[in-house]
Design a binder for this molecule. Structure first.
Ligand SMILES: [Zn+2]
Length: 374
């Protein structure tokens, strides 16, 4: 069997109803240790880093973007170049999203129907008819290890009728994706929708769980709602998902959001935050965030984070990193992206070790204290 989720142990120390989980998701391109964080490689590259640097941060699996890669270079070009693995040189597992989130968030929508969503390309304005089947076809050409089903995402806040309509369409579209999919070496993950409504989330989770997906995602969160709302919905959703399948919280988030969600039974995450913030001169550390452009770092010879073994921290000073940002050298954003991804992986590795030892609650409390979070 190409895919298998090995649930190794659970930790109930956080006492949030669902235990934190330690597992391994086996894929054709290797294992993914969970809880795990996937760096985002939107255009077939994690911005500013080489594949060896990405692997060096400890990342197991990366994310590619169906919407962007489907527009440029186009899925047939990616296929001709040998698929996303061969094209990018990344030899580990890759997950691709379905394009749904971009279509619904980039505001180029022309028409949504039961059949498809028709949207305008943000590149050349061309109309594209994205059906669930076409999303799967693109992802099969990309050759990712995990394909996400096309879902209907609604912006929040929204009326219950609109959220319910999108949730029910997401279930029908998920079924169509499953029926279309033809690659045995590609896992299909369903996406639970339902906005901030527990009743809708539970209904969606149950109906998705009744279909045979290799994994389950919680989508439509981290779209501007307060974090406690995201935690509440995650906590209500995970008990409805199969124990023996991986669970992925899409687009989340800050380090604290990762730990709060691990405490609620989530296994996988992706987010642009470590790389996007890195490019903007914002570093995550055990002592809290650092804005490297700040004048107080001008003559500082100390490392960005003395506890970090990344290139930025072992070879360079805060003063030098600040200089790179001030003069606009591309190495600055690259080094801070490398550091932030290394930091995220370290936080997740710590979470895995804590779960193995049954002390995840203590680990999370310590991290919150270090980050200055109540
Ligand atoms: Zn570092």
């Amino acid at each position: 069997m190409a895919f298998r989720f090995e649930l190794q142990c659970t930790d109930t120390s956080t006492a949030l109803g669902t235990p934190a989980r330690r597992g391994v998701f086996h894929t054709p391109h290797g294992p993914v240790q969970t809880p795990g964080f996937m760096p985002v490689g939107t255009q077939g590259t994690v911005k500013g880093l080489t594949i060896d640097q990405v692997a060096g941060t400890g990342a197991h699996m990366i994310l590619g973007n169906t919407y962007h890669l489907g527009l440029r270079p186009g899925h047939e070009v990616v296929k001709t170049l040998g698929g996303l693995h061969a094209m990018s040189g990344w030899e580990g597992p890759i997950l691709t999203d379905s394009g749904g989130f971009q279509v619904f968030s980039l505001d180029g929508i022309n028409k949504i129907s039961e059949h498809s969503v028709i949207f305008r390309s943000h590149i050349d304005g061309a109309l594209i008819d994205l059906t669930p089947e076409y999303s799967m076809q693109i992802q099969e050409s990309l050759g990712s290890d995990v394909a996400m089903v096309l879902d209907h995402v609604v912006a929040l806040p929204a009326e219950k009728d609109a959220v319910q309509d999108a949730m029910e369409r997401s279930i029908r579209w998920a079924k169509r994706c499953l029926e279309y999919a033809g690659r045995a070496d590609q896992a299909k993950f369903a996406i639970v929708q339902g906005g901030l409504d527990v009743e809708l989330r539970v209904q969606c989770a149950r109906e998705m769980a009744a279909m045979n997906f290799e994994g389950y995602a919680v989508g439509g969160l981290s779209v501007g709602e307060p974090p406690p709302e995201m935690y509440r919905i995650t906590q209500a959703t995970t008990p409805e998902l199969p124990q023996q399948k991986p669970r992925y919280l899409m687009g989340v988030g800050r380090p604290i959001d990762l730990l709060e969600s691990v405490a609620r039974g989530i296994d996988l995450f992706d987010c642009v935050m470590p790389t996007r913030n890195g490019r903007n001169g914002y570093a995550f550390t055990d002592a809290g965030p650092i804005k490297i452009r700040n004048a107080k770092h001008k003559t500082d010879t100390s490392p960005l984070d003395p506890n970090c073994d990344c290139l930025a921290c072992t070879r360079h000073s805060r003063g030098y990193l600040r200089h790179l940002f001030i003069v606009g050298e591309m190495l600055g954003p690259s080094l801070l992206s490398l550091h932030n991804l290394t930091y995220y992986q370290k936080v997740m590795q710590g979470a895995r070790e804590a779960i193995e030892q049954g002390c995840f609650a203590q680990y999370m409390a310590t991290k919150k204290q270090q980050w200055g979070i109540e």
